[in-house]
Design a protein around this ligand. Sequence first.
Ligand code: SAM
Ligand code: SF4
Length: 473
Amino acid sequence: MSETDTKPQPKAVYVKSYGCQMNVYDSQRMADVMGAEGYREVATPEEADLILLNTCHIRERAAEKVYSELGRMRVLKDEAKALGREVLVGVAGCVAQAEGEEIVKRAKVVDLVVGPQSYHRLPDLIARARAKPGVVDTEFPVEDKFKVLPAASEAKTRSRGLTAFVTVQEGCDKFCTFCVVPYTRGAEVSRPVAQVVAEAAKLVEAGVREITLLGQNVNAYHGIGPDGVEWTLAKLLYRLAEIPGVARLRYTTSHPREMTDDLIEAHRDLDTLMPYLHLPVQSGSTAVLKRMNRKHSRDDYFRLVDRIRQARPDIALSSDFIVGFPGETDADFADTMDLVRQIGFASAYTFSYSQRPGTPGAEMDGQLGEPLKTARLHELQALITAQQHAFQASLVGRVVDVLFEKAGRKPGQMVGRSPYLSPVQVIGPSSLAGTIVPVRITGAKTNSLDGDLVEAGGDRRESDHMMAVHAAE
Ligand code: SAM
Ligand code: SF4
């Protein structure tokens, strides 16, 4: 033990987030847990006394990437030790859940491993790891972590900006044959309405204007309401819209099978619900969808999109696609390209199928070779990029409401987001931050828009309902 350990040191935590928005939310909550223990959050691992890697297991070689990052952490830890400073290293998230004990066996640098359902226990795990490194907690505990997690301080929330995530649902019972989520995140659980409303109200009090509800299957939400019965996501959205100061609501990620009538109606009736929907379809081939266990067909998806567009004609759609699923033929892939052409997406994530150990897809006959998967991926990506560009270009000359967040890179520039999630840059005063003002779009790039202020200051409801916008963020 070094002599510096005998006097109180200012402690610092660094959390590195990989993967999805749910991990970003979890990372913030981990920082909040440690904040309640007196730790300040820092932006680099070099400054930290506690380094947490909040990992993602979706992509191929996810675990290998974590092990190589741990190699870099070992160097940092050794350097700090040479200076008499103790640094603890923890692995959290889905790789922690999937690998468990294996991590501490393979990487001696790791002091603790904590699964996504147990991070409320961090202070206790850290105390145990200090006494004896190599603590592993990847159980699915009976207690509800959300009940015991400390809220972020108002100052901390303010520092995180005008938009915030709130996880309302976790886990998945759908068991798509390619996916590890049901194994790493466990069964579907929804947070009670009152808990979500209280968290949202606190965020708004601290200045947040836009809230995105998160869940692996967010539209399968079925949390208990104050009336003792289960509420749908739509009902929850209407309730959240009543909180004074909530300007914008979004939710992600949705499963096509869970797009209920009341949720589609909410897109028609709720001004605060933004006209942007991430609705993964994965493939345009019914035969592939069947093998993926998606439990919806290509035609179901077309019909669903029609209903959603009838309710909200300007809605911008995004999606996830997997190419090269086992047994995918040229004709199946052509069906995917055709679906994309017919629907027109504002943006989309495209993935080449990767075998995830433990999932049924990994054992299926007809695994495709990398060159074919890569060729299909590039073809699909080219189409999606063109659609994204077309969507952005379709906004030029229109007036859209922009929620301004912060200063841009250039002097005098402010940056915000359109209802369709695209970043929008204007020349304007810093007082724009936190307001929603109309902007005339003057130029489009693939990932952002340029515009001029139409009138400064003051909020106004999202009013520019474009008709049948087909494509990109
Ligand atoms: N719950 C969401 C859903 O139902 O679409 C998303 C789950 S996952 C976190 C995000 C995306 O990763 C999936 O939609 C899928 O496109 C992709 N993905 C998951 N497993 C994959 C695999 N084994 N190979 C390639 N892509 C995968
Ligand atoms: Fe994975 Fe399918 Fe569940 Fe989405 S719905 S998390 S893709 S198993």
